[in-house]
Design a protein around this ligand. Structure first.
Ligand code: ZN
Length: 147
């Protein structure tokens, strides 16, 4: 059995989990895909799917894929590698952020001398109708920080 995420706290309006250190991602498995962790179910997300992936040095995803309606944003958290979208390939590294439209055929590969850890945020294309301060509401709340 693969590693399970642990819950930090849960309330009426939130879910907080701990997935552990980046290196521990290899202990998670989605089917045969070792090092891949999807979070929608654990996070009880209703509008976004998130996942983390660790590609050991010199490995690539076993397939290219596109999506039906969701765009994805790939955020490289550690290491370096390459991304190919359709027929275009480029290098990425820690700090690189790549948005891919649903129809883009994508795959990723870590460098031969570096693992690559990245996060994927998946959301319905064209679903964003308001954001930041057009959606945020300043609230009155008493701080209760822990000592
Ligand atoms: Zn995808």
């Amino acid at each position: 059995m693969s590693k399970q995420v642990s819950e930090i706290a849960k309330g009426k309006n939130f879910t907080a989990i701990d997935i552990g250190s980046w290196d521990g991602l290899l202990d998670y498995a989605t089917g045969d895909n070792k090092g891949k962790l999807f979070l929608k179910d654990q996070m009880q997300s209703t509008g976004v799917e998130m996942s983390f992936q660790l590609l050991p040095a010199g490995t690539e995803l076993p397939f290219f894929h596109a999506h039906k309606q969701n765009e994805e944003v790939y955020i490289v958290l550690k290491g370096k590698g390459q991304v190919q979208i359709d027929d275009q390939t480029f290098h990425v590294r820690e700090g690189s952020v790549v948005r891919v439209a649903p129809g883009g055929n994508r795959s990723l590969k870590s460098a031969d001398d570096s693992e690559m850890i990245y996060m994927v945020v998946q959301v319905k294309e064209n679903s964003l109708s308001q954001w930041t301060m057009t959606d945020g509401v300043i609230a009155t709340q008493t701080p209760k920080w822990l000592n």
